[in-house]
Write a protein that binds this ligand. Sequence first.
Ligand code: G16
Length: 506
Amino acid sequence: LVPDMDLDAVTKYSALHIKPSGLILQYGTAGFRAKAEHLDHVMFRMGLLAVLRSKQTKSTIGVMVTASHNPEEDNGVKLVDPLGEMLAASWEEHATCLTNAEQQDMLRVLMDISEKEAVNLQQDAFVVIGRDTRPSSEKFSQCVIDGVTALGGQFHDYGLLTTPQLHYMVCCQNTNGQYGKATIEGYYQKLSQAFMELTKQASCSGDERRSLQVDCANGIGALKLREMEHYFSQGLSVQLFNDGTKGKLNLLCGADFVKSHQKPPQGMEMKRNERCCSFDGDADRIVYYYHDADGHFHLIDGDKIATLISSFLKELLLEIGENLNIGVIQTAYANGSSTRYLEEVMKVPVYCTKTGVKHLHHKAQEFDIGVYFEANGHGTATGDAISDMLVIEAILALKGLTVQQWDALYMDLPNRQLKVKVADRQVISTTDAERRAVTPPGLQEAINDLVKKYRLSRAFVRPSGTEDIVRVYAEADSQESADSLAHEVSLAVFQMAGGTGERPHK
Ligand code: G16
């Protein structure tokens, strides 16, 4: 038995957050994600787990209540480790076990984790909490607080924050302010000062104040960017759209919509040749885009953002004669043209990892300078959607590049992403950084045969870690071919991996 754990308090509080029996959830790509009605007990238990992790690491741990790009009815939760990083993989397993323990077993599982991880229960615990703007998020923060309190932990509830802001707070708390002040003003000042310093050097070229249209996905990004804009407004003016006053979160807008549909968000007035960008629901992703003189839409995704930033850094290193090693980390979704450009033109080594910034991040740590971006705009050399926006704007200003010139670095191969509904998405397992399916038997062979029918083609499938679907990606030499290949692969998934509902149609 574990001494010093107030079992009565845990039992008492946990009775207020009963787990529906039989419900099984996984700590996925970015924590737990599900329909909000399934998550009350998960939030409570993540409060408990955060206390154990805090005691074990003798550090502040973060808990973020958000489902990021998912629809408004969903919610989710993830833990943030001491340096602002994603939770360690072994603790993800604990999170899954604790969440799935039936009500009567919960205490035992909690004690098992505590023993296995040699947690000193005498140690103080401190947990910081943030949440997005979803209708269910406020109540869920309270469930997390119940969990923290039940185990005797201290907490600070920051209330509404973007996900990267919560990561920032955790890092500041654990570096005694060395990284920055653990306040929202501290965040605004740190980022804005860096931006103003950088762009000062560009203003001598006579550039007028830059302006940018920002689609905020009707999410937290709008609130925070509005609070922040006056800190950097001398260098950049932002016009906010989808600021949450009318539309629904992530619906027909936001980075995920723009990237996967390859079209502008609703609710934004785009003038030709003007730079626009979209955040996602918790402001940790960003994609850029514009309409050209003929009214054609051009998407500048995470791959092109990584290219801009890594080229800029490489040039700086050359200029100052520094021989630091720089690497770019991508996932299977990276456009083939971007990988080719980075390797062959920029001569930067490129690595591929599984989806999820946690995987990219670990690989990036092997370099002096690691730049990592998923094609969907989730990534960094710096921090988050807001800081990525500022660094992009600074680089464009310093290099005197227009959005068109940036876009013209290379031509994306036409591509298409689709979703397929299946009864159990875990029947699909993958290998080789998710580029090949291992199960169900025969699926990869079927994909190989389909890919052979098209030029410059590539396709893969993987179970989503944030939604209850299978994702399909295809690219080829024309949009028509990419669409058709994606469709054929979707049909193969539907037939061989237990598709449900309507067959995929064109
Ligand atoms: C999350 C992860 C991203 C991932 C995305 C999609 O994004 O943080 O790394 O690319 O989900 O993941 P999946 O394809 O497994 O559903 P976000 O913005 O929702 O946190």
